[in-house]
Design a protein around this ligand. Structure first.
Ligand code: AGP
Length: 587
């Protein structure tokens, strides 16, 4: 998953591109590059392996330009594989995957084309160059028609220095305007602070910036009617949270983010949801990664109240077959995750009512949904999801409470949702104990995260965080499962985090802790209950107390901090974890 940006500006084009790339960097940081085009039709290109900082330098000449941050799929991270790719009169940046790359490479090679890179993207600029007979748009359209797979491209042509032609299929693309510049970009948060107005391109549309105007077109060149630019919404005011890394800053923002979500929920118009909340035969939910964990907590809460609720990782949702008379809640921080969008589209096509829970108000998922709830957590750019998880849980608690109330089962804990921001702030009180724990566990080669009931979901999220940024193998599993196999790995010093936020389960958690301790394992207990803290453990992490159904939103905070500290102690950058991307826009 990469980030692309295009800009036309009479002044500061290079600087505007560079600034947008710094906000796109979370989408990929293997390499970065910018190409600008002068009025005389001369390209200037700077592209390098490494993050965006690698292409910092004197501005390149030209009012039209394109930029790219790369997350390598075809071809190793290198200068030559960095975008933009050039061929003849053209320069191109691409996000997506050309699935028929082998056939196209063979065809083009047979026609005498020679390639500098190992990337699939370079094939596209050769296709455009070969299709060009003077009509820039037609050449790009013809090339796109040859691609099987996904793309969002922005293209420059030396014959048309006032024009940028862009297209999307399967990858997001949004047009923007503001500050004396016109933009196209992979996502809206990267335009926050530069574009005042934005308009997403729909699937299969082309965007053309030409002579100071932006137009939307179909592949045959006919204009798309009715496109309206909207003022950028959801742009968070920068918060003066001082932290070394974005991830630490975003954990520190959890209380404020929860407050933003509460405000968003108060403004939300749920009138369209009234019928499905009251009468949906089944409540289904999908998400990926951390968002999937949020759906697990959501469905567990509903099922505990007797509502038929099922969730799946979005990539495994086909068997749900959500359809007419059913409610599908799709959860996605970015609103652009391909697997989640695919599951949501399939459910919508079968007649299910689609409720989106997302942090990006003008995302593809929000546009697809019958109704949407917005986290308003502020941009989350660290690759590891933190504040968005806490806010997704808050949103889903709200949905569960409204749905249960509409079925005659009002929940007493609904009144406590408003207290979550203050309780989250209290969770920071555990951080010094967490830092001691991180210091003790920094050399671990593997660890378990355990919990029972809803705490098993928190355990999974804690394990995911540690895997993705500290690169320690970690498994989250139900504590009751330990004795059915996983206990075999527990030996002297083996780290086991045990989450226990249900009073009724304290004794069972004590049994799991005893199993671990009897094999020499080292238990860290996360609980709000004094009696749970009496469980023999090497570390006790005290959680703030809230109604038990809401505890996952709080218990996650020290686990987020634990993962971040482990990453830093092990010399890793938590903001740019290897092999990962913030939003996976390919299936
Ligand atoms: C979690 O830390 C990861 N960044 C990842 O699992 C993420 O939650 C997943 O890719 C879903 O992203 P989304 O919420 O934007 O759809």
């Amino acid at each position: 998953m990469c980030g692309i940006v295009g800009c036309f500006a009479q002044k500061g084009c290079y600087e505007k591109l560079y600034s947008a790339l710094t906000r796109l960097e979370y989408r990929g940081y293997d390499s970065a590059g910018i190409a600008t085009l002068s009025e005389g039709g001369a390209f200037s290109v700077r592209k390098k392996r490494g993050g965006v900082a690698a292409i910092a330098g004197a501005p390149l000449i030209g009012c039209a330009g394109i930029g790219h941050t790369r997350w390598a799929t075809h071809g190793v991270p290198s200068d030559v594989n960095a975008h933009p790719h050039l061929c003849g009169k053209f320069a191109l940046v691409h996000n997506g995957v050309v699935e028929n790359d082998a056939a196209l490479r063979a065809e083009l090679s047979a026609q005498g084309e020679r390639f500098l890179s190992q990337t699939d993207s370079e094939l596209i600029v050769h296709l455009i160059a070969r299709a060009y007979a003077g009509d820039f748009f037609a050449a790009v359209s013809a090339a796109c028609a040859r691609i099987e797979g996904s793309y969002a491209v922005a293209v420059l042509c030396a014959d048309h220095p006032d024009t940028i032609v862009c297209a999307r299929r399967g990858c997001p693309l949004v047009a923007g305007a503001g500050g004396g510049a016109l933009y196209v970009c992979s996502d809206i948060p990267a335009l926050c602070g530069s574009a005042a107005y934005i308009c997403p391109a729909e699937e299969g549309e082309f965007v053309v910036i030409r002579a100071g105007e932006i137009g939307f077109f179909r592949a045959d060149g006919t204009p798309v009617p009715g496109k309206v630019f909207a003022r950028v919404r959801g742009a968070a005011r920068p918060r003066a949270v001082v932290a070394k890394t974005r991830m630490e800053a975003e954990i520190a923002e959890v209380p404020a983010a929860l407050a933003g979500t509460l405000a968003s929920l108060q403004e939300a118009d749920l009138s369209a949801c009234r019928a499905p909340f009251r009468a949906a035969r089944r409540v289904l939910s999908v998400g990926c990664g951390t968002a999937y964990h949020a759906t697990l907590a959501f469905c567990g809460l509903l099922a505990s109240q007797g509502v038929p609720a099922l969730c799946r990782p979005a990539s495994e949702a086909a068997d749900l077959a959500a359809g007419e008379g059913e409610l599908l809640v799709a959860v996605s921080q970015s609103g652009e995750t391909a697997d989640t969008l695919a599951a949501a589209r399939a459910a919508r096509a079968r007649g299910a009512f689609l409720l989106a829970v997302t942090n990006v108000e003008q995302s593809s998922l929000a546009a697809l949904a019958d109704a949407a709830l917005f986290l308003r957590a502020g941009p989350e750019v660290a690759v590891a999801a933190t504040k968005s998880y806490n806010c997704q849980l808050l949103c889903l608690y709200f949905v569960a409470a409204r749905l249960l109330a509409s079925r005659g089962a009002p929940q007493v804990w609904e009144q406590s949702l408003a207290a979550l921001p203050a309780l989250a702030r209290r969770a920071f009180g555990s951080f010094s104990a967490v830092e001691q724990l991180a210091a003790a566990w920094q050399g671990a080669r593997g660890m378990y995260f355990l919990g029972r009931g809803q705490d098993a979901v928190t355990a999974r999220e804690g394990a995911l965080k540690v895997k993705e940024i500290a690169y320690i193998f970690a498994e989250g599993l139900p504590a009751g499962e330990l004795k059915h196999g996983p206990l075999a790995l527990v030996e002297k010093g083996f780290p086991v985090a045990l989450v226990c936020t249900a009073r009724a389960l304290v004794r069972k958690c004590a049994a799991a802790a005893a199993e671990v301790a009897a094999r020499g394992g080292q238990v860290a207990l996360f609980s709000q209950y004094a009696e749970a803290l009496a469980i023999p453990a090497a570390f006790h992490i005290r959680l703030p107390a809230a109604p038990e159904p809401l505890m996952p939103a709080l218990a996650a905070i020290p686990l987020q901090h634990l993962a971040c500290r482990l990453a830093l102690l092990r010399g890793h950058d938590p903001d740019r974890p290897r092999n990962l991307a913030k939003s996976v826009t390919v299936e």
